[in-house]
Design a protein around this ligand. Structure first.
Ligand code: SIN
Ligand code: CO
Length: 391
């Protein structure tokens, strides 16, 4: 897939500085070669797969409805005459070759991209006026759609009727008519509504959705690390206890102050500890998209033999990998787990974090000369986070 063609002479750095997380940007013909990997009929079939997260949204006399999948063709037939849309989540994990659709967005950190979602909508179909908590790039893959957005930054009232998180009293300040190859960027929290237009080609839209951990998630992750460390062994103490504090039932201000001091002393995370808890958090997979460990652990002999036969290794399409390096320490994160590695394995980590996440048989053979790299490969192969190229 080609790079994103930003409007005019805009560079990715300009986009990040002026629009990213700030303002909507319509990018006409930004991905002119993008085509839909599926026809509407193929998508309807995929909606029958219980492994793929899908949602059907339709409106009937002004009432919005949402139903989670899987669906049968009868479910769509029943909506005959009503506008509807179906949305399929995480398609790049179920069809790894579709990771190519993330390539145009490689000016963003890979861990920030949550998933690719594809939607098909019949004329008039859409999910209604709503806002998302995350940035999104909406790539029109086929047909036409009219997006409307409220870019005025007014506070919005959100109702969670039928799980749709719709915006009450939606009033658009801008309209964007998109056609195949156009890309619309929306920052988090911007109310929007995309409606499929009638036309010869079916309306298919790809959403490149971002992930951003909430403060609550970071707090919980930090608490997990802290609670397992020595800091939380300390207990409340009050060597300065005064007689005035012993009024029946009273929790004195001094005792709350001591509790605060204890909390502050035991909740300090240094940068390295925070990096570990953050890396684990942002590589946490959805529970239903987790690779299974292999039935039998992989032995070094088997790995050598396969590498010599030219069989490479690749990242399992469900595996989320990231790394962090500071003060001479290399932290490798795989599906919410963390492993400390020596610096010289950075190149190995980079190969697995790359878009194709692949090492050729010859590259594997070279790494097998290093005992630590061999251990890492065997470990993640056995866990199913890495798989052989021919699997
Ligand atoms: C859609 O593809 O219809 C929904 C995308 C969105 O508005 O977030
Ligand atoms: Co949206």
């Amino acid at each position: 897939m080609q790079s994103l063609r930003l409007p005019g002479a805009m560079t990715p750095a300009d986009f990040l500085a002026q629009y990213w997380q700030k303002k909507a940007l319509m990018m006409p013909a930004a991905l002119p070669e993008a085509v839909s990997p599926f026809t509407p009929e193929e998508l309807e079939v995929l909606c029958g797969d219980s492994e793929i997260e899908s949602r059907l949204v339709w409106s009937d006399e002004g009432q919005w409805h949402l139903r989670p999948g899987p669906f049968t063709s009868g479910d769509f037939a029943r909506l005959d005459g009503l506008p509807w849309t179906v949305l399929l989540q995480d398609i790049e994990k179920h069809f790894p070759e579709l990771q190519a659709y993330m390539k145009p967005f490689d000016f963003l950190p890979r861990w920030r991209i949550e998933d690719l979602m594809i939607s098909y909508a019949t004329p008039g179909g859409g999910v209604g006026p709503h806002l998302d908590n995350y940035d999104v790039f909406l790539v029109q893959l086929s047909g036409h759609r009219r997006w409307r957005g409220d870019t005025r930054g007014r506070p919005s009232e959100v109702t969670d009727h039928a799980g749709l998180r719709q915006v009450e009293d939606f009033r658009a300040s801008e309209e964007w008519d998109v056609t195949r190859g156009d890309v619309l960027y929306l920052p988090p929290g911007l109310p929007h509504w995309g409606t499929a237009s009638a036309g010869e080609s079916p309306c298919l839209t790809l959403s490149v959705g971002l992930r951003a951990p909430g403060a609550d998630e970071i707090l919980r992750a930090a608490a997990d690390i802290l609670a397992s460390g020595p800091g939380t062994m300390a207990r409340y103490t009050d060597p300065d206890l005064g007689v005035a504090e012993s009024v029946p039932g009273l929790i004195s201000r001094a005792s709350v102050g001591r509790a605060r001091a204890l909390l502050e002393r035991s909740s300090r995370l240094d940068n390295q500890e925070l990096a570990i808890c953050f890396g684990r958090l942002v590589t946490e997979p959805k529970p239903w998209l987790t690779s299974e460990p292999r039935e039998q652990v992989v032995a070094a002999k088997e790995l050598h033999a396969r590498a010599e036969a030219g069989i490479g290794i690749k990242r399992h399409p469900f595996s989320l990998m990231a790394w962090h390096q500071a003060d001479g320490a290399l932290d490798f994160f795989v599906d919410g787990d963390h492993m400390k590695l020596p610096d010289h394995l950075l190149q190995l980590v980079l190969s697995f974090c790359a878009d194709d996440g692949t090492l050729t048989g010859a590259e594997v053979a070279t790494w097998l000369e290093d005992s630590l790299a061999t251990e890492v490969l065997l470990h993640f192969l056995s866990l199913g986070k890495l798989i052989f190229e021919d699997e």
